[in-house]
Write a protein that binds this ligand. Structure first.
Ligand SMILES: [Zn+2]
Length: 574
């Protein structure tokens, strides 16, 4: 219970009772004293604030007074460098100033979306209001958009086009800054872009882009199994992530993670996406589906499989979802007090049934054992769907699996060595180099990041979705280190452990160019990287190689350095 009561964001809390009918209540004095005490004991007390920063503060205030509400980063940099007597030319110093001003609520600036500085938080709130209370502006919208809005109210899915139309209908200059506004709204969870970080987004033009507004998904569907006409025998044991505290929009983020990996299933032209619930197609023929549904403090998973004889890796799905949950809780919400465990309910369960005594612990029962089900008041046979025999190994490889195995081998073997050899050359005097097997790509990336011997051409580390996002003209060592990280990520996040021919050839070309450069930079002992690539491309691969590669690339993700690049961004997430 103590854990539940604890504030997940660890705010400072103290209660005072204040009367709004009597004046001169001594409580105000106490509150003042309390805050004063906190301030004196805080780390920043009596820190000096340089004069030049005060000057810059004034310059920005003058801009505000002249009617400006948003400035580009380069404008602010110019203004700062032109302050007479005290110009600020150091970008680090400027960033520090902006972060501090953001912290105290004077302006809005994010390190990871630094393109613009918003001088007036109210301007931002007004932009948010357009999306949040759009009904107010409906009359100003043209006919096609008006109809689109009706659809948004049902599904919570809004197109980029409609957002543009809404911003257009406003007096403020939201239109000119819509991309930045959307990025900020994503940061505040007002909208979620399901296509970020996937290859899909690469082919999508802005016109086709859409977002989810999580709190707006209104249609509930607690009997989603009936909607999809799932027979009882097709349902797996229901796996439940049982939370001590479940943040309200966590399920939306999880659904979005899954949309990036699987496609949303539909029946009778109706998508299986509802409030707090979504059904995905796991197999290409649609005969295996995954249900994700929230109820109370439970996130429930069930697999529906019409073709039970086909192998399906339930455990991989479980690992993926669990990994995403951890990522969302630790990195997105940064809530250290939120925790969850895994339990199971019988396969015929009602998704709105949550009774502590009917949640069972995994590992206590074997496949086929009988158990008494408290929910139905009868006995059933336990099916060890999630961690048992249902997952069969593949016995022949198709082309896409070949591509996946081959490219994983290139990534783990050659690209890993490239980073390792480079680290050996760059390491500081006295720095210890462990043997190659002590590092994976994440930890090597982290070492390079810490060394700071190289920087990507764009000027900062992290970001990007796929290797193609690094511009072809960017070919310094820092750029190639980023490419290696992005290629590794793409392989690791490949849901089906398959890679189509087109994508395989694009990646091989990128890798080949990169290895040519690294043969020159690193001058590796023994065979050149390019020759090693040739060898791997000629190799015959067996199903066992495929399984090994799958296991190894998954192991990469479970290292303590997992998602390090994500963390770099969130570390500076003020
Ligand atoms: Zn039952």
């Amino acid at each position: 219970m103590d854990k539940l009561r604890k504030d997940p964001m660890q705010h400072l809390r103290q209660s005072y009772q204040v009367s709004n009918t009597k004046y001169g209540n001594g409580q105000f004095h106490d509150i003042r004293e309390y805050i004063f005490d906190l301030a004196i004991n805080s780390k920043n007390y009596e820190t000096q604030y340089p004069v030049k920063l005060i000057r810059l503060e004034r310059v920005l205030h003058d801009e505000y007074k002249s009617g400006r509400r948003i400035l580009s980063y380069s404008e602010v940099r110019d203004l700062a460098s032109k302050i007479s007597d005290f110009p600020i030319t150091d970008e680090e110093e400027l960033n520090l100033f902006l972060r501090y001003q953001h912290e105290i609520g004077y302006l809005v600036f994010f390190h990871d979306i630094p393109e613009y500085i918003i001088l007036d938080p109210q301007w931002l709130i007004d932009a948010f209001k357009c999306i949040v209370t759009v009904t107010k502006f409906q009359k100003k919208l043209l006919v096609p958009y008006f109809e689109m809005w009706q659809e948004v109210k049902k599904t919570g899915k809004i197109s980029y086009q409609l957002i543009k139309a809404i911003f257009c209908s406003q007096q403020n200059n939201f239109m000119d800054h819509q991309d930045h506004l959307l990025a900020v709204m994503e940061k505040f969870d007002i909208i979620i872009n399901p296509l970020v970080q996937t290859i899909k987004s690469h082919v999508n033009s802005n016109e086709e882009t859409y977002f989810y507004i999580p709190w707006m998904m209104k249609v509930k569907e607690t009997e989603v199994d009936k909607f999809f006409r799932v027979k009882n025998e097709f349902k797996s044991t229901c796996l439940c992530f049982n939370f001590n505290f479940l943040p309200p929009y966590l399920i939306s983020h999880l659904i979005v993670s899954c949309i990036r990996k699987y496609s949303v299933a539909s029946v009778h032209k109706q998508e299986g996406l509802f409030k707090d619930c979504c059904v995905f197609d796991i197999s290409d023929n649609g005969c295996t589906k995954l249900l994700l549904i929230k109820y109370d403090n439970l996130i429930q998973l069930q697999i529906w499989q019409w073709d039970k004889d086909q192998p399906c890796q339930y455990k991989e799905i479980f690992n993926f979802i669990k990994g995403e949950l951890k990522r969302i809780v630790d990195i997105r919400y940064r809530m250290t007090t939120v925790s969850f465990n895994e339990k199971w309910k019988c396969s015929l369960t009602s998704y709105s049934y949550n009774c502590e005594s009917s949640l069972n612990i995994f590992g206590e029962m074997r496949d086929g054992d009988n158990f008494y089900c408290g929910e139905h008041g009868e006995d059933h046979q336990y099916k060890d769907d999630w961690f048992g025999e249902t997952s069969k190994a593949t016995d022949t490889l198709n082309d896409q699996q070949h591509n996946f195995a081959r490219l994983s081998m290139v990534v783990l073997d050659i690209l890993g060595s490239v980073l390792y050899d480079r680290f050996d050359l760059d390491k500081n005097i006295g720095q210890i180099l462990h043997s190659r097997d002590q590092y994976d790509i994440s930890s090597l990336y982290q070492e390079h990041y810490k060394l700071r011997k190289h920087t990507p051409s764009k000027g900062r580390w992290g970001g990007g979705r796929i290797a193609d996002d690094v511009l072809p003209s960017h070919t310094c060592i820092g750029d190639d280190i980023e490419r290696i990280r992005l290629i590794r990520n793409e392989m690791q996040h490949s849901g089906k452990f398959a890679l189509d021919d087109a994508r395989y050839h694009i990646l091989i070309t990128i890798i080949q160019d990169m290895l040519n450069r690294f043969d020159h930079h690193n001058n590796p002992a023994g065979d050149s990287y390019v020759n090693r690539l040739k060898e791997i491309r000629k190799m015959e691969l067996t199903p066992k190689d495929f399984e090994d590669m799958k296991a190894q690339i998954q192991k990469e993700s479970s290292t303590p350095h997992q998602n390090f690049a994500d963390k770099i961004e969130y570390h500076y997430h003020f």
